[in-house]
Design a protein around this ligand. Structure first.
Ligand SMILES: [Zn+2]
Length: 320
């Protein structure tokens, strides 16, 4: 209570003296993502087919935590808010309240697994928010596109209010664009196995991360974002090296250590005295800084390992 009493005069002071206006506050607060791991505590969600597998609530939480970690590591301009980080019960109202107290400059992502009486049902679905319709459609489309192309899931596409079959109050009452992602069917034996594996959870979280990143880049211009570490393409279904948008005609394998929106001097201390080459590509982080030139991916992977030991934690193989 005392906190609120103190806060009010401070807020009034800031508004009166033009330091901040309520309208401005929404634009200047960092972009946020509310990650909502579905179910929890006394609400287990979909039950596993056998004791060796986890309940839906546990899988949702693992994927959510991976997703949050990827965003924290790679997108320093984004504030990650979880509705839960442990096996805790939260009502739908509480989830909505957590999301809404952060304003509108962000998105809401609810993570679930599906279930059906038919064991043959499989694939991913993304339900979209009906209020912030176009932004939600964009985010949902990006998620399903990533599932289909890079995570090699069977995408069933985005779903609107009309084809919802269960209560999606979290989407109806949150004030920001949002999606509820059904990451697969636990009632399908192969998807249950996949979603219980660390590999599967990583693939799903990586796909959602890439979709969110594309959405965020579309909303927040580079000038408004703090500098980001070189970003790997994250896990994809095929174990091929991450490719950039550069031409791959010459097919040389190199190790990327940094990508930026503005050019960086080759003598920059971030390169720790290592000889780097600059490549310009398409996209936001068009300046890529790479090390070495190998003719096989194996050779380049060895180099990436050495560079990681030197402190280039985000080093990864590219073909440029
Ligand atoms: Zn669920």
């Amino acid at each position: 209570m005392r906190k609120h009493l103190l806060f009010l005069p401070v807020a009034l002071f800031l508004i009166i003296f033009g330091v901040v206006t309520p309208a401005m506050a929404d634009n200047t607060t960092p972009f946020f993502v509310v990650i909502d791991a579905g179910h929890g505590g006394k609400d287990p969600g979909y039950m596993p087919s056998s004791k060796k597998y986890n309940k839906e609530k546990e899988i949702n939480l693992r994927i959510s935590k991976k997703l949050g970690a990827y965003i924290n590591e790679n997108l320093p301009g984004v504030r990650v808010i979880y509705t839960r980080t442990s096996d805790k019960y939260l009502s739908l109202d509480e989830r909505v309240a957590i999301a809404n107290r952060n304003g509108r400059n962000g998105v809401f992502i609810s993570v679930h697994c599906n279930g059906s009486p038919r064991r043959s049902s499989k694939g991913t679905e993304t339900h979209i928010h009906s209020r912030e319709f176009s932004s939600s459609v964009r985010l949902g489309t990006l998620v399903e596109e990533e599932f289909r192309t890079r995570a090699k899931r069977n995408s069933r596409g985005i779903k609107t209010k009309e084809d919802r079959n269960h209560n999606l109050q979290v989407l109806a009452e949150t004030m920001m664009p949002g999606v509820l992602i059904e990451t697969g069917f636990l009632s399908n034996p192969s998807e249950e196995k996949f979603l219980n594996s660390d590999h599967g959870q990583t693939l799903v979280a990586s796909a959602i991360f890439r979709a969110f990143r594309s959405y965020y880049y579309g909303k927040v211009p580079p000038s408004a974002r703090p500098s980001e570490p070189a970003q790997p393409a994250m896990a994809t279904a095929k174990e091929k090296p991450a490719t950039t948008t550069a031409s791959t005609e010459t097919k040389k394998y190199r190790v990327q250590v940094l990508a930026t929106s503005e050019p960086v001097k080759l003598s920059d201390s971030r390169f720790k005295g290592v000889t780097v080459q600059e490549f310009q590509t398409q996209g936001t982080f068009k300046y890529k800084y790479v090390v070495g030139e190998a003719s096989t991916p194996e050779e380049a992977r060895k180099l990436a390992k050495q560079l990681k030991k030197k402190g280039f934690e985000g080093a990864f193989v590219v073909s440029l």
